[in-house]
Design a protein around this ligand. Structure first.
Ligand code: ATP
Length: 206
């Protein structure tokens, strides 16, 4: 069986940067964040269900989920969050399985599941052979996200606070990718991760 790798990290840590590099090296990538966006984009499978459950006012004129409206609702109302997750989680799981199956058929050497809230959702860990955590100092995360998403510092700090702490995440990691240097340094780290995973596979099958 091919190795199954989970890739997680806090907001702005560099998960996408790492998975983009791994993809270039030939890894099979399933990005659950991307899937979550696709099912709530215009024509996405979650849209009719969200409309039925929450009302048409949560769908914007383009036909996509009105993210900021939904964010405000579920932030204030845990029951609404639960209803939303009851719609989205099974759809995400289904699409994740489908993409993984396809990558296996295409003979990917190993699979990488990018899951932002992997630590928070307890059902992932047992499925994985390896948990990789992308890590950098919190100040670096804050600066990157302020820059990328044009958010004020206090909003980024609030998101960070709501996530699992850096220490908790690191405690559960099998491997850590340090992403506090340049993108070129990150590339070198990712190459070494790739080689390590291929080696595991080699050792297993010999
Ligand atoms: P999110 O959880 O918010 O989706 P992420 O963990 O996927 O974030 P990325 O999107 O990969 O993080 O990186 C966040 C931002 O920081 C991006 O704009 C990215 O280009 C930039 N970035 C990532 N790593 C580095 C680096 N080593 N040097 C400079 N910029 C970086």
């Amino acid at each position: 069986r091919l190795p199954l790798v989970g890739l997680t990290g806090g907001i702005g840590s560099g998960k996408t940067a790492v998975s983009d590099e791994l993809a270039k090296l030939g890894a099979g990538i399933v990005d659950t964040d991307l899937i979550a966006h696709q099912i709530t984009a215009p024509g996405g499978a979650a849209i009719p269900l969200i409309q039925k459950q929450f009302g048409a006012e949560f769908i914007d004129p383009s036909g996509a989920l009105d993210r900021s409206k939904m964010r405000s609702l579920v932030f204030a109302d845990p029951q609404a969050r639960k209803s939303l997750e009851e719609i989205t989680h099974p759809l995400i799981r289904h699409e994740t399985n489908k993409q993984a199956q396809k990558l296996i058929e295409e003979k990917a050497p190993y699979l990488v599941f990018v899951v932002p809230l992997l630590i928070e959702s307890g059902n992932w860990r047992p499925l994985l052979d390896y948990l990789v955590v992308v890590d950098c100092p919190e100040e670096t995360q804050i600066e990157r996200v302020m820059h990328r998403s044009k958010l004020p510092r206090n909003e980024v700090e609030a998101i960070l606070k709501a996530q699992t702490s850096r220490a908790e995440r690191l405690a559960l990691a099998d491997l850590v990718i340090e992403n506090q240097g340049t993108l070129n340094q990150l590339k070198a780290e990712v190459l070494s991760l790739h080689q390590k995973i291929l080696q595991i596979q080699k050792d297993r099958s010999s």
